[in-house]
Ligand binder design. Sequence first.
Ligand SMILES: [Fe+2]
Length: 374
Amino acid sequence: MRPIQLFDPDSSTYTYVLFDVATREALIIDPVDLQLERDLAVLREYGLKLVWTVETHAHADHITSAGKLAEHAGARTAAPAACGITTASRQLQDGDELVFGQQKIRALATPGHTAGSMCFTWEVEGQRHVFTGDTLLINGCGRTDFQSGSPEALYHSLTEVLFKLPEDTIVWPGHDYQGRTHSTIGQEKASNARVAGKTLEEFVAIMNSLQLPKPRRMDEAVPANLRSGLRHDADGAWLRHPRPAVGYAGDVSPQLAWDWVQSGEALLVDVRTDAEREWVGFVPGAIPLAWKQWPGMVPNPGFDAGIQELGARGKKLLMLCRSGARSIAAAKRATELGFEAYNILEGFEGDPDSAAQRGRKGGWRFHGLPWRQN
Ligand SMILES: [Fe+2]
């Protein structure tokens, strides 16, 4: 049993699909946005149900498809907690495990290439594998000259974490530029040109003299990867400013709403029902105040009192609902009560597409803004 190794020629990135033979549950490591269709085809071909997408770090050379795989294949997203990928639903710490069927991988904190970088070990049928991302490459290692990289930390991660694994552990790197597919811990310990037999000082000197060019897609890739690869920059410039509206202060894009919440000038008020928040997901820090409540979707008799209390805090009020309809009604009511209230366009899930599926045409989640599921 080996991982399925897939290659993106544009960025020389390896993506790995691991699965449990018995249940067909699968996990994907470092998926690439441009290869989304290929990866979905692999899942179909093998009859797999994707349960996790996992990142080894926030990449600078390609954009992850994690967010899209979550929407299309129903997977949950996981990423190292120290990488700042705020959209990932599982924030991994050293030693954490991700389970798929009867299998599991284990996270190893290996800072150095980036401060949050992790490797993942997998033991199956008596064989140990390690997925090393950009921490350990075949006869090489990831660079340490940007993105919170540290040659000292990388030396420690290589020699004190990865090289402490059994020598026959199979190494599956995040990249290879020369067509090599895998290696072993024993082989890298013995002959890796950067680190084998080197002292910390020698390693740091090598890493600091590399003078590598900046990755081609870095400026685009890093911000996108901090949001699981979902971008929110596709729309017009009006998104950066509220759009005037009749009966309330204005319409704002989800991104602008989030900027206002983060800067402390606004409160995010989730006017959906308790059931919607429970089932579909919620925005961390948003204040729940239903406009209508299930069962029956009768108007919430406590809405006005709730708004009075929130409005008294002296901040803008931003109304969020499912697709941007209830939130208009709620913003109008809050305006009548004397407060500066805005409607968040597209809502949490956006409008349905031609197949009646929500979440693919817009909305808070589609734009990759932070949200969680219980
Ligand atoms: Fe990287």
